[in-house]
Design a protein around this ligand. Structure first.
Ligand code: SF4
Length: 115
């Protein structure tokens, strides 16, 4: 069986966002990593390579991305002080966008580290 090799993958596990990871995947899951630390390797190797999730979920049900964006925009518009929460396991670019969205919506920001 041939492996699909991905160069320069980004690990978003701990926040260091190492972006020089090499991944080797068979049809179902990542079987080998190069340049990841032990935490990153464990994180990658527990991910499946195939896409198992729908494009988006709305109220726990599969939805199109357009429907999910419309629903999220409606929630944000109606909210008095939305909380943008989490922000771990995502890239710096995604964090930047989330913070901009919180500022635009008059919201507040928190991360899982406050726990
Ligand atoms: S490879 Fe290790 S150090 Fe780099 S982001 Fe992943 S968990 Fe953090």
């Amino acid at each position: 069986m041939s492996l699909n090799i991905v160069q320069h993958a980004t690990c978003t596990f701990c926040g260091c966002v190492c972006d020089d990871i090499e991944l080797h995947a068979d049809a179902e899951k990542i079987v080998k990593t190069k340049h990841a630390c032990s935490l990153g390797e464990a994180w990658f190797r527990n991910h499946t390579a195939e896409r198992l999730y729908p494009e988006a979920l709305v109220d726990g049900q599969p939805a199109t991305l357009d429907t999910a964006i419309d629903t999220a925009a409606d929630h944000l518009y109606k909210a008095h002080m939305p909380l943008v929460y989490g922000l771990s396991n995502i890239t710096c670019e995604a964090q930047r966008e989330a913070i901009s969205l919180a500022e635009l919506a008059g919201g507040v920001i928190d991360s899982h580290t406050s726990l």
